[in-house]
Write a protein that binds this ligand. Structure first.
Ligand code: ADP
Ligand code: ADP
Length: 221
C-alpha cells in the first residue's frame, strides 16, 4: 500500500543568480512498512528532502502526497496536526527536554495532542528496555538510553511514518546497530521509516536504499 508519493520534486534555495539547486526532479514512491535508508555525501540534500516530507520546508516545484493528502496544499494548522499525529521524528541529538523525566518526555507529544496520559508511554519504555529509567532526567541517562527514549517518544502517537535524520550520528559504533535493528523491527510492524545516515552499516537493515547524487535519487538497494 502506497503511503507516500513524491512527484517531480525540485528544490532551489535562494533567488536570482545566487540560486542553489539541491533537488532536481526527484520522484519516489514509498509503501507502508518500508524501511528506507537515504545515503549521500554531506550537502547533497538529504535533510532538505526529509524537511519537505516533514512540511518544515516547501518544494520549489512538484508535489508530496502523504496518506492521500497533498502536503503543499495544507495550511499551517493542518500541517502541525498531521505532523503531530501521523509522523514521528528522531534526530542526531535526542532532543529530550532536560527538565522533564524520561516518562514525561515520552508523553509530551501525546499531551500536546490534547490527550490525557495512559499506559502507552510506559509500554514503549519497556519495549526499549528503559522501564527502570522512566523517572530519571535525561542527564542521568547514557547516550544510547537517551536515543532509545527519543525513539519511544517518536512512537507515542502511533505515527504512520518515522523520519530520522542521522539518528546514530552521536552514538558509538556498537550502539548504532541497535537503532538500525529497532527501525527494522518497527518497519516489520507496519511503521514506515525513512532514515538519513552516513553509516553504510545501515544498508544491511534497510529494505530499500537510495543515494542522493548530483541532485537526483539513485536506488542502490
Ligand atoms: P545534507 O543533509 O545531505 O547534508 P542539506 O539538505 O542539509 O544536505 O543541504 C543541501 C544543500 O543546501 C547544502 O549546500 C546546504 O548548504 C544548502 N541549504 C540547506 N538549507 C538551506 C537554506 N535554508 N538556505 C540556503 N541553502 C540551504
Ligand atoms: P551505554 O551508552 O551506557 O553503553 P546503552 O543504552 O547504549 O548504554 O546500552 C546498554 C545496553 O542496553 C546495551 O549493551 C544493550 O544490551 C542494551 N540495548 C541497547 N540498545 C537497545 C535497544 N534498542 N533495545 C534493547 N536493548 C538495547
Amino acid at each position: 500500500m502506497k503511503i507516500l508519493e513524491i512527484k517531480n520534486l525540485t528544490k532551489i534555495y535562494g533567488q536570482g543568480t545566487e540560486n542553489l539547486k539541491v533537488l532536481d526532479d526527484v520522484s519516489l514512491e514509498v509503501n507502508k512498512g518500508d524501511f528506507i535508508v537515504l545515503l549521500g555525501p554531506s550537502g547533497s540534500g538529504k535533510s532538505t528532502l526529509l524537511n519537505m516530507i516533514a512540511m518544515l520546508d516547501t518544494p520549489t516545484e512538484g508535489s508530496i502526497i502523504f496518506e492521500g493528502k497533498e502536503l503543499t496544499k495544507l495550511n499551517e494548522k493542518q500541517k502541525s496536526a498531521l505532523r503531530l499525529k501521523r509522523m514521528g521524528f528522531v534526530f542526531q541529538f535526542d532532543g529530550l527536554l532536560p527538565d522533564f523525566t524520561l516518562l514525561e518526555n515520552v508523553n509530551m507529544p501525546y499531551i500536546m495532542a490534547g490527550k490525557k496520559t495512559d499506559t502507552k508511554a510506559k509500554e514503549l519504555l519497556k519495549n526499549f528496555g528503559l522501564e527502570n529509567m522512566e523517572n530519571k532526567l535525561p542527564s542521568a541517562l547514557s547516550g544510547g538510553e537517551k536515543q532509545r527514549g527519543s525513539i519511544a517518544r517518536a512512537l507515542r502517537n502511533n505515527p504512520a511514518l518515522i523520519l530520522a535524520d542521522e539518528p546514530t550520528g552521536n552514538l558509538d559504533a556498537h550502539k548504532k546497530v541497535y537503532v538500525f535493528e529497532d527501525f527494522a523491527k518497527l518497519a516489520k510492524q507496519g511503521i514506515t521509516v525513512i532514515m538519513v545516515t552516513h553509516d553504510l552499516n545501515a544498508v544491511d537493515y534497510a529494505d530499500i536504499v537510495y543515494s542522493l547524487e548530483n541532485n537526483k535519487l539513485v536506488k542502490t538497494k
